[in-house]
Structure formats: structure tokens, C-alpha cells
Design a protein around this ligand. Sequence first.
Ligand SMILES: CC(C)(COP(=O)(O)OP(=O)(O)OC[C@H]1O[C@@H](n2cnc3c(N)ncnc32)[C@H](O)[C@@H]1OP(=O)(O)O)[C@@H](O)C(=O)NCCC(=O)NCCS
Length: 182
Amino acid sequence: MPDFERLFEKHPAPGAFSCRCTYHHRARPSANGESLSGAKRAARNRQRRRELVENGSSHGILVYSKDEPVGWCQYGLREELPRFDNYPSYRQPARESGAKRLWRITCFTVDRKHRQQGVASSALKAALQAIRDGGGGIVEAYPIIRRGAYREYLGTVSMFQKEGFKVVAPFGKSNVAMRRSV
Ligand SMILES: CC(C)(COP(=O)(O)OP(=O)(O)OC[C@H]1O[C@@H](n2cnc3c(N)ncnc32)[C@H](O)[C@@H]1OP(=O)(O)O)[C@@H](O)C(=O)NCCC(=O)NCCS
């Protein structure tokens, strides 16, 4: 938790400081304080992150350069990260995944000074290992299909392709849903 805070206090990407990657933990917007002003929202979501850590539903990978945290990747079970279930453009893949558990990879944040150096890709590799260690299942991600697209925090298609993910459905205009089993 202290190193997560160290990274997010640096404002590593737009919105990261105020969200603390709690967006996907909330099923609906009203519950995420999205109507609050920046400072109030940041305080609320910092507290929310603490609660998630304390109740065991916060899962993520921190990447370091020397002793400095420079990147973050959030993953978790679908039940812990339910937001996309309420998106009209999301096509319920869990029905096809049978008895296997469904995991989601929902957020990447890399400090601006450390981008294009493989930080997010390393975080993804480590997240997949952690999911494997946690019992595995189907892993789903929602990366952007072109540079400059909205919701870059979901990662990029090439990162996931390199880890063996395949496109399973479009997701809005600039993202796709990708999956693999681990
Ligand atoms: C998108 C992001 C996670 C990529 O991190 P990174 O550490 O620079 O990525 P990597 O160096 O591991 O690169 C992975 C691949 O994605 C590509 N890539 C990197 N940034 C990209 C971008 N912005 N758009 C498209 N592709 C990109 C790289 O070229 C590489 O592909 P390649 O190996 O085929 O060349 C990073 O730019 C970021 O954190 N952006 C801000 C996200 C954000 O707003 N987070 C806060 C939300 S609350």
C-alpha cells in the first residue's frame, strides 16, 4: 500500500490520482463518486483503496525502477471488478466460459518518464503468473486497438497478443475484448 500510494501521488497519468483504480471495483457510477470534485473524489477513492486492501479484494502488480515504483497493473476476479458487466457494449463472456473462473485485467498506469520501456508488458507477465498462482481460469482484457485511442489505461492489443491472448469480441469503437486461459 505505501508504494502504491507513492506511485499514485506522482500523478503518473491523467485521472490516476483521483481514481486510484477503484472505477472497476464499483458496479455503477453513482457509487464511485464520479460526480464529486477532484480533491473529494481523490480522498474518497484513497480510502476505498485502503478498504479493498483490508478486505483482500485489491490485486495488482507494482513495477520498480531501482527502488522507485513506476508502473501498476490491476487484475482480479470478475466479481471483484464488475463495472463492465453494466456496459451495453460488453458481451457477457462468462456464459461461454463454463465452470472456469473469469479474471479481468482492468488497469495499467505507467509513470510518463518510464513508458515505452516494457514496464506495462512486465506487469502483465507478472499478473498472469499471479493469476496462475491464484488457481487460474479464463483471463479477459479490453485493450485499445490503435495508438491515441480513449481508455489507454486498459493496455494495448500488442501487449496481450504477445502473451497469447486472442480477440473474442469488439468492445466499443476503440477496444476489443481478448482472452486466454491460464
Ligand atoms: C498504455 C501504457 C500502459 C503502456 O505502458 P508502457 O510501459 O509504455 O508499455 P510497453 O512499453 O510495455 O509497450 C507495450 C506495447 O504497447 C505499445 N504501446 C505503448 N504505448 C502505447 C500507446 N499509448 N498506444 C498504443 N500502443 C502503445 C508498445 O509499442 C508495445 O508494443 P510493441 O512491443 O508491439 O512495440 C502507458 O502508456 C500508460 O500508462 N498510459 C496511461 C494510462 C492511464 O491513463 N492510466 C491511468 C488511468 S486511471
